[in-house]
Design a protein around this ligand. Sequence first.
Ligand code: HEM
Length: 409
Amino acid sequence: MQSADLPVGVEQPPEAIRSREGQLSPFDWYAEMRAEDPVRFDEQREMWDIFRYEDVDRVLKDHDAFTARRTREDNEFSSDAEDDTGMLQTMITVDPPEHNRLRGFVDERFQPGSIREYQPRVEAVTEDVLDALAGKEQFDFVDEFAIPFPVTVIAELLGIPAERRDQFKAWSDALIARPKNGTQTEIQRIQQERQQARQEMSGYFTKLVAERRGGDGDDFITLAANTEELSREEKVGFCILLLLAGNITTTNLLTNAIWSLEEQGLTDAVRTGAIDRKQVVEEVLRYRSPVQSLNRIAIADVELNGKQIQAGDVVTLWLGAANRDPEIFDAPEEFRPEQRPNRHMAFGMGVHFCLGAHLARMEADVAMQQLLERFDRLDANLSNLDPLYSLYGLKSLPCEVNRTAPPAK
Ligand code: HEM
């Protein structure tokens, strides 16, 4: 059995990341590994780590030698062996040619032409989320903007009634919760909550999919309900996948954008249009990739950069390291939105290339535009950053704002 899951690699950081002054800053470690040991076996986690762009690219595109099927039955946070919902096969954990069946029915709806049609709805959601901040001089950018915004967008596109959206967020939180102290009691609690959220969501989407069958709405639930290609369970799995794959990733993109602009003193330049917003989004994706790593399993013996990987071995592909590979990017450790051809792989590569990439880009562009129009200063407090790992962002980003008049509607 397989399940919808996040586009995420390892669950626990390799020791090397943690040991840097207790701070989670993987980039020094990446640089060292890219130069000295770009394909290395971590004895502790019993998996390979791969750091260079060309190697990561090769693994992601070689579907005959590496599978995206769910990994590591022995890791309680990435295996769903205990999931008794008996469903949820989705595109993200399936290889070609089966993958095409699970993705093909929806691909068109995520292409740039369709995404442009959704833009007015995304603009309306942005206004609503910003309106909720009215009158505040301080707010936490993560909790009060970057988390609610993408959840509301995806709920809107799925056609979830507004009154169910809080519930929707609670489910989404439970599904991505990670243990903080790693005690057995905490792990069990998180597993139980995750299981419960998954069952409730499955029940909820099963009902909606049945209700919308034959309907002519343009929402994604109706699209899934009406496709002949998918079983009922696969339709429900698709809905849950959108919620899982599209939220924390976009939250991190937005957070990392404000973090980077404030840190680099570039917020005003973006506000005035001196720096192009779309290039900023691409550079944030490269420089602080919201997904730092992905996993694959070898299904054939392969030689990679002089190392022998055997069928059955798990590999962690460090997108965050590939995105700072000096073979590909000039001055990769610098944030330079305007000065590079940006072939980053923040959205992956190969057949699993992020379905929501164009949507995420548009969301980030619209969000930045409206935020910077509303507030003439953000003053993000960068003194106590606490980056999250693997799905890379911040736990909180306090901002002090000057309010300007909302734009004319
Ligand atoms: C796949 C990143 C936003 C839906 C992926 C993958 C990455 C990724 C790296 C590849 C996973 C793999 O190869 O195993 C991101 C980032 C985002 C983002 C960085 C935001 C900045 C979204 C959004 C949606 C979405 C907004 C949908 C609403 C998906 C889906 C897949 C996927 C469905 C699986 C595609 C497939 O297997 O064919 N994403 N994602 N993502 N993403 Fe995104």
